[in-house]
Design a protein around this ligand. Structure first.
Ligand code: FMN
Length: 327
């Protein structure tokens, strides 16, 4: 179908296959590394509070940690105060991300009530000020991730993206749902196409990509420069390999055999344990284990069991049981 292509954001080169869209409380370092192993061409941190960083919050600083295996990689910041954003960017510079992304799409109350995340789409002048503040201090390109708009009466992705470009954004990522839609309904890809036609900077599209054919269709229907996905990688990090293969050859790779999937699940848990210790690592692995076991025989029971895991041995025993159940 095509040979490997790249896009550049500022001076950052990214393979035009499929990247991982940010997921707070899900796409941590262990998760991102596994996705990279399967070829995710671009990775983004969980969102980090600009204010939290300025106040020296240990949790916020930890979210910025990045290994070289993750590059090209963005740290995503959220906030609504330009002064805090500027200071946060100076702190983030120390972690040497390839890109700093500003979250203008998050729908959750904690973020939008003070005016951040997707609420910024209602205040484009403030959003532009945030971008200018970030660009003035950043050692790397600054990008912005937006939604279609606040609600179906206020779809303003195009003028908003133009304003962010004017303010100095080096790329725009579009999740084409409104804030009111949260994650339900279908993503309206025509919004990505309209943004792409309106701006000169690269446009990253996402929303509802689950396989190679979806990714190819988003590239061809919207003309976007890069596609990324979030939820379809839950318990399926190999989706990035499947997409890259499809874009290259038109062939949809099958899901890996169960035994292989369980090995990947264990290696994912092992990374979490390595980063967080066994107690915390296994607790955080529970939701991932439940995702990896989706669709296996007896999935409902195994999903319940995954909620009770507390040691690495518990995970190994569960994997054995799943394999036996499939014989
Ligand atoms: C659990 C979860 C957490 C998310 N966290 C973030 C986030 O921190 N920053 C952000 O820009 N988008 C976040 N998103 C949105 C995704 O990056 C993506 O835009 C959206 O899920 C649509 O893509 P998908 O259909 O491939 O999941 C999150 C989505 C989910 C499901």
């Amino acid at each position: 179908m095509r040979t490997e292509q790249f896009i550049t954001i500022g001076n950052v080169r990214i393979a035009k296959t499929c990247g991982l869209s940010p997921m707070a409380s899900v796409a941590d370092r262990a998760y991102r590394e596994i996705c990279r192993e399967f070829g995710a061409s671009y990775l983004v941190s969980e969102m980090v509070s600009a204010k939290g960083l300025c106040y020296g919050g240990a949790g916020s600083l930890e979210l910025c940690e990045v290994s070289d295996r993750e590059r090209p990689y963005a740290i995503q910041l959220f906030g609504e105060e330009p002064e805090f954003m500027a200071r946060a960017v100076e702190i983030v510079n120390r972690f040497k991300p390839d890109i700093i992304d500003i979250n203008m799409g998050c729908p959750v109350a904690k973020v939008v009530n003070p005016g951040g995340g997707s609420a910024l789409m209602k205040t484009p002048e403030l959003a532009a000020e945030l971008v200018r503040a970030a660009v003035s201090r950043a050692d790397c390109p600054v990008t912005v991730k937006i939604r279609s708009g606040w609600n179906s009466e206020q779809i303003n992705a195009v003028p908003f993206a133009e304003a962010m470009e004017q303010a100095g954004a080096a790329a725009i990522a579009v999740h084409p749902r409104t804030r009111d839609q949260l994650y339900s309904g279908r993503a309206d890809w025509s919004v990505i196409e309209k943004v792409k036609k309106a701006v000169e900077i690269p446009v990253i599209g996402n929303g509802d990509i689950t396989c190679g054919a979806d990714a190819a269709r988003m590239y061809s229907e919207t003309g976007c420069d890069l596609v990324t996905l979030a939820r379809a990688s839950n318990g399926r990090p190999w989706v990035f390999e499947q997409i890259a293969r499809f874009l290259e050859t038109g062939e949809e790779l099958p899901e890996p055999p169960l035994e292989e999937r369980l090995k990947i699940m264990i290696s994912h848990a092992d990374r979490l344990i390595a980063y967080k210790g066994e107690d915390q690592g296994v607790r955080e692995a529970r939701k991932n284990v439940a995702w990896y076991l989706k669709g296996v025989r007896g999935a409902a029971r195994f999903r319940n069991l995954s909620g009770t895991l507390s040691t690495r041995d518990d995970i190994l025993r569960l994997a054995e049981e799943v394999l036996k159940g499939a014989e």
